[in-house]
Design a protein around this ligand. Structure first.
Ligand code: FES
Length: 580
């Protein structure tokens, strides 16, 4: 990193602690009059404000074409208002982002994981280039949260994350049932197999997303938000406070009090992003049944903070932590229901009391995580969203790290307990998701024989960008095909449930991993008890097949994805772009 030298912490000016330690470099003295002239033009009102007030970047991952992000500019305005009331200057800016639901065409999804790193780059760039003293980031959709945290770890200036919050639930009058974003994909599968009509599907699609907010189940966005709250990087309750609620507006106003505390006490992201806080994040992910994307993102966040988290840490935590939360996609409830029984502060209070989460870690409020949750209501014994430890959904975590001759560098599986523990089936191999979808549309995957559907050339370099096999998972669920497992060197959706899915296979096909030479008819075994993923092909045969294998041409040779392909590392190290 470029080393930025702020005014040393503890320096006083006119008897007061200097809080504008970075912006002072341009706002004090006569060395940079042009900078000061431009800051006056942008809204600084007086010489006093110019010299003394800390400047806080307010980064909304905003754009208006997606419910997860459409409201984040407005939340940013409220944050700025709070900052100004509290004697600071707020500068709103925004980053690009993409919607994981809208990118889901095979072309669009290639940009999804890449957007994480562009978000991190954007916030790092503006914060450092503009000499901001602190940052408040407001993410919404899946990749936004790790992008914001990676930026914090890079610039390491006092920072807070405000999660944009979850969407309300929808309702289909025609089907007389609650619906959400996953219902759309499942309804598509149901239509393909003649279980519902086109009019039914239309009704589900029209009513699934009734306003702003991220997907409301324990999908990637809520997985990341709850884990990041358990790391102490948000105000209490941020992850479960709904997008459209007075409480979310109050959180935005209150963020200024916390950022002032961080400035006054010099609480920086790397004081909070630690091994201990990652332990909390992994525990919460297992308890909540969170998305497997957490593995990829925590590894990337850890790398950015110069910590040494590995995929094996996830297995260690998964071995000892039960799965308790009956939340969608595997369970019944939405995060909005969790908010009604006390939200994340109550869950953390319960987990700290059970010695599963470390309540002593510091947080952005200046208090410990335990102190933040102390006044939260205790979980009502009558509620059934968070099961008691004596009656878990599963006694160990749902995330398994698999290894074997199909994935010598690791793979990530989600085993909630409903899929069985061992799956053996004949491989059907597809180069890319569209080939599999066409095969499903032709009815080639039969429900009466065990089949392992392998989608390859979808890894970080091959996809490129590890596209999620969102459509496949949903179509399989909608078609109620249960005698299948899905394996891929790409990712699968957090919404996948009901059958074994193993993704993030390393090495990926594009770089000549064994998955590149899997053939139709090979027997594949996925064993979630021994954490193995293997094909019934000898080492000699794999070596011989690889000898005949030729590296396919990269799918992109120009533009942003081409740069991405050249820089990106493997999924078992977070698919980061700066693994030099
Ligand atoms: Fe944005 Fe799900 S698509 S949170």
């Amino acid at each position: 990193f470029l080393e930025f030298r702020p005014i040393p912490y503890g320096t006083k000016r006119d008897g007061e602690l200097v809080l504008n330690r970075y912006s002072s470099l341009v706002t004090n003295g006569y060395e940079f009059p042009g900078a000061q002239a431009m800051l006056y033009a942008a809204g600084i009102k007086s010489q006093e404000d110019m010299r003394k007030k800390p400047q806080v970047g307010v980064a909304s991952v905003w754009w208006e074409g997606n419910p997860c992000n459409m409201h984040l500019l407005d939340l940013g305005k409220t944050v700025k208002e709070g900052l100004e009331k509290n004697g600071m200057i707020g500068w709103q800016f925004n980053t690009i982002g993409v919607s994981d639901a809208i990118t889901m065409s095979n072309q669009g999804m290639r940009f999804s994981l890449q957007s994480r790193d562009i978000i991190a780059d954007s916030i790092e760039t503006t914060t450092c280039a503009q000499h901001h003293d602190a940052n408040i980031s407001i993410p919404g959709c899946d990749k936004n949260m790790p992008g914001c945290i990676m930026a914090m770890a890079r610039h390491n200036r006092p920072s807070i994350m405000i999660y944009g919050g979850s969407i309300k639930g929808g309702y289909s009058e025609r089907l007389h049932q609650p619906v959400n974003i996953s219902s759309c994909f499942e309804a598509h599968g149901a239509l393909m197999y003649g279980k519902i009509s086109e009019a039914d599907l239309d009704d589900v699609v029209e009513h699934a997303c009734p306003g702003p907010g991220g997907c409301g189940g324990m999908y990637t966005a809520n997985t990341m938000a709850t884990a990041i709250e358990a790391m102490g990087l948000t105000l209490p309750g941020s992850s479960t406070t709904p997008a459209e609620s007075p409480a979310k507006m109050r959180e935005c106003l209150r963020a200024s009090e916390a950022i002032r505390i961080c400035l006054e006490r010099d609480i920086k992201p790397r004081d909070l992003i630690t091994r201990e806080s990652f332990e909390n994040a992994m525990v919460v992910t297992m308890i909540m049944g969170g998305s497997t994307n957490a593995v990829l993102h925590f590894l990337a966040m850890s790398h950015t903070a110069d910590l040494d988290l590995t995929i094996d840490d996830f297995q260690r935590v998964s071995d000892k932590i039960p799965y308790l939360a009956d939340l969608k996609p595997s369970g019944k409830y939405m995060v909005a229901d969790l908010a009604e029984i006390g939200g994340m502060p109550s869950v953390l209070k319960f987990l700290i009391h059970a010695n599963l989460v470390n309540g002593d870690i510091p947080t952005v409020t200046g208090k410990t995580l335990g102190e933040n949750c102390k006044s939260a209501p205790s979980l009502d014994p009558g509620q059934d969203i968070i099961r008691p430890l004596s009656n878990p959904i599963k006694s160990s975590g749902h995330i398994r790290i698999l290894k074997g001759n199909l994935a010598p560098g690791g793979a990530v599986a989600k085993i909630t307990g409903k899929e069985g523990k061992v799956f053996v089936g004949k491989a059907r191999v597809y180069n890319g998701e569209p080939a599999l979808i066409s095969s499903l549309e032709r009815g080639e995957v039969r429900p009466d024989e065990n089949t392992v559907l392998c989608v390859r050339y979808e890894g970080p370099k091959g996809g490129p960008g590890m596209p999620e096999q969102l459509k496949t998972s949903a179509v399989l669920m909608g078609a109620d095909l249960r005698n299948v497992a899905l394996i891929t060197d790409g990712r699968y959706s957090g919404a996948s449930h009901g059958f074994i899915v193993a993704g993030h296979i390393v090495p990926e096909a594009q770089v000549g991993g064994p998955i590149a030479v899997l053939k139709d008819g090979d027997i594949v075994t996925i064993n979630a008890e021994t954490n193995q993923i293997s094909m019934s092909v000898s080492d000699e045969e794999i070596a011989s097949r690889l000898k005949d294998w030729k590296t396919p041409r990269l799918k992109v040779t120009r533009g942003t994805l081409a740069k991405y392909v050249h820089l990106v590392g493997d999924a078992s190290h977070g698919a980061v772009l700066d693994m030099f």
